[in-house]
Design a protein around this ligand. Structure first.
Ligand SMILES: Nc1ncnc2c1ncn2[C@@H]1O[C@H](COP(=O)(O)OP(=O)(O)OP(=O)(O)O)[C@@H](O)[C@H]1O
Ligand SMILES: [Mg+2]
Length: 257
């Protein structure tokens, strides 16, 4: 489904700060894959997702999503196929708009701009039903501004908005890192649910190694802009956090939490 072939990304080319953040990286993601990505600070995890979503152009290589060649597509065109959630819950929703307005925008993201409008009664009912599945009472607050929501509620809504336009790819960059443990658990459970959408591919960056082994079907470890481990199947089932640390010389405090 997603084929990232030999991509490299250098920041500050020619300057004294030149940094090769992604180094000749290959990644094939199959339909339905839910991949957890771990790696120490500066390993290139966020840069990889930013290259896939088109925030950054790449130096070389290619990125294909099914038949679509993303390599040179601008970010706004790629966003039709890609849902994203970031660490900061404030980043995902329009603060001063109601839950309903936020959803209306999210759901028409993959349609032409001329079709953007408010929700009709039928759509409102459909969203109400879907929001109820989040189990946060948001279905009764659709006319409230999203700024009134807690961090966990807002992140759950952001996740919901990211999948409501039925993207082919869901990119999550430490999306639970800023939440309290209870909210993090809930949003992670929702992530598990949403990732089961047929044909959707999910890439989730996390610094929590335990979560990276327990959620999804594959775990990838990045180091110095490369993928140094790609675990799935039986091998993954047998892996433990302790073994990971010993085998890959992991010395990152944040990852050990
Ligand atoms: N916009 C940028 N300009 C210059 N250098 C950058 C930029 N973004 C990232 N880098 C550098 O590229 C390298 C990879 O950064 P990246 O943010 O991808 O790491 P990461 O694995 O996401 O780390 P973290 O766990 O801290 O989020 C780092 O050395 C970083 O300083
Ligand atoms: Mg990062």
């Amino acid at each position: 489904m997603l084929k990232v072939e030999r991509i490299s990304k250098t920041f500050g080319k020619g300057s004294i700060n030149e940094k090769l953040a992604i180094d000749d990286l290959n990644l094939t993601v199959n339909k339905g894959d839910f991949i957890a990505i771990i790696g120490s600070n500066g390993a290139g995890k966020s840069t990889l997702l930013n290259c896939i979503s088109g925030v950054y152009g790449i130096d070389s290589g290619s990125i294909m999503l099914g038949d679509i060649n993303l390599t040179k597509l601008p970010e706004y065109k790629r966003s039709k196929f890609i849902g994203r959630v970031f660490q900061d819950p404030l980043r995902g929703t329009a603060f001063d708009m109601t839950i309903e307005e936020n959803l209306a925008i999210a759901s028409t993201k993959n349609k032409s701009i001329g079709l953007q409008r408010g929700l009709n009664k039928k759509e409102r009912e459909l969203f109400r039903e879907k929001l109820a599945l989040l189990d946060m009472g948001l279905e009764n607050r659709m006319k409230q501004k999203s700024k009134l929501l807690s961090g966990g509620q807002r992140q759950a809504l952001t996740l919901f908005m990211a999948v409501v336009s039925e993207p082919k790819l869901l990119l999550l960059d430490e999306h639970i890192a800023a939440l309290d443990p209870g909210a993090a658990k809930k949003v992670l459970a929702l992530t598990d649910e949403f990732s089961k959408t047929p044909d959707l591919c999910t890439l989730m960056i996390t610094h929590n190694m335990k979560a990276a082994l327990a959620h999804g079907n594959r775990t990838i470890l990045m180091k110095d802009g490369k993928i140094v481990m790609d675990l799935y199947g039986e091998e993954r089932k047998k892996m433990t956090v302790e073994k990971l640390i010993a085998q890959f010389d992991i010395d990152n405090d944040r990852m050990l939490l």
